[in-house]
Design a protein around this ligand. Structure first.
Ligand SMILES: NC(=O)c1ccc[n+]([C@@H]2O[C@H](COP(=O)([O-])OP(=O)(O)OC[C@H]3O[C@@H](n4cnc5c(N)ncnc54)[C@H](OP(=O)(O)O)[C@@H]3O)[C@@H](O)[C@H]2O)c1
Length: 191
């Protein structure tokens, strides 16, 4: 089995985007972006929904699966040569990765809500960045039905993950990073 790791930045009330699906400036953070982009340079494949993308100049080089209901199982993505469109209802993750010629390595799950939720029972690690000063009332939660009560942390704990040390990756902006892992409570990743 390959490793499955999730990456998200959430507001104080557990949201990843506003009610229209846009990511507000209050949860955009340079230290978090640097961490995410560096991590994604070392994974085997990036997996995200049709409205999510990590952006940045290195994105086109990365292999990716784009989750969508527009196709039945797996199909080429005409606009991204290194990507395939994937409908989990029609093909397993392993089948989709085989068609993309992805060998061993980590699959990075980067959103949005439904896609984060789909992998909740499977994460080996989840890198949860929190922007403590941001609130997005009525926004889109990290996991379906999860916000302030229960919290994203409650959901990760309920699925068997344990938190490592919380790092202040941008203290002035109130932004922290905690890596949750299945195997140990002490694992910490550097930004
Ligand atoms: N703060 C963060 O860390 C973070 C992370 C990720 C995203 N975001 C933000 O959140 C915004 C909204 O995210 P979102 O949840 O609306 O977007 P999303 O997951 O990127 O896209 C939703 C689309 O993904 C496809 N999809 C989702 N679940 C599926 C399933 N089970 N089976 C097949 N297809 C599925 C569908 O595409 P089709 O309509 O093509 O069928 C659906 O319309 C994004 O625009 C981004 O700005 C923030």
């Amino acid at each position: 089995m390959r490793r499955i790791e999730g990456y998200a930045i959430v507001s104080a009330d557990g949201m990843i985007a506003d009610r229209d699906g846009a990511m507000p400036g209050s949860i955009r953070n340079d230290a978090d972006q640097k961490f995410l982009q560096t991590e994604l340079d070392h994974v085997a494949v990036v997996v995200h929904g049709a409205r999510s993308h990590e952006g940045g100049p290195r994105a086109a080089r990365r292999k990716r699966l784009i989750v969508t209901r527009r196709i039945a199982s797996v199909a080429p993505d005409p606009s991204h040569p290194n990507a395939l469109l994937w409908n989990p209802a029609g093909a397993t993750l392993q089948e989709a990765l085989a068609k993309l010629n992805v060998g061993a390595g980590t699959a990075a799950i980067i959103g949005g809500t439904e896609v984060f939720g789909m992998f909740l029972p499977l994460y080996d690690a989840f890198h949860l960045t929190r922007a403590a000063f941001a609130k997005i009332p009525g926004g889109r939660p990290l996991f379906p039905g999860i916000g302030t009560q229960p919290t994203p942390e409650d959901a990760l704990a309920a699925h068997g993950l344990k938190p490592g040390t919380t790092q202040d990756i941008d203290a002035a902006a109130g932004v922290t990073l905690t890596t949750w892992t299945r195997e140990a409570a002490t694992t910490t990743r550097n930004s």
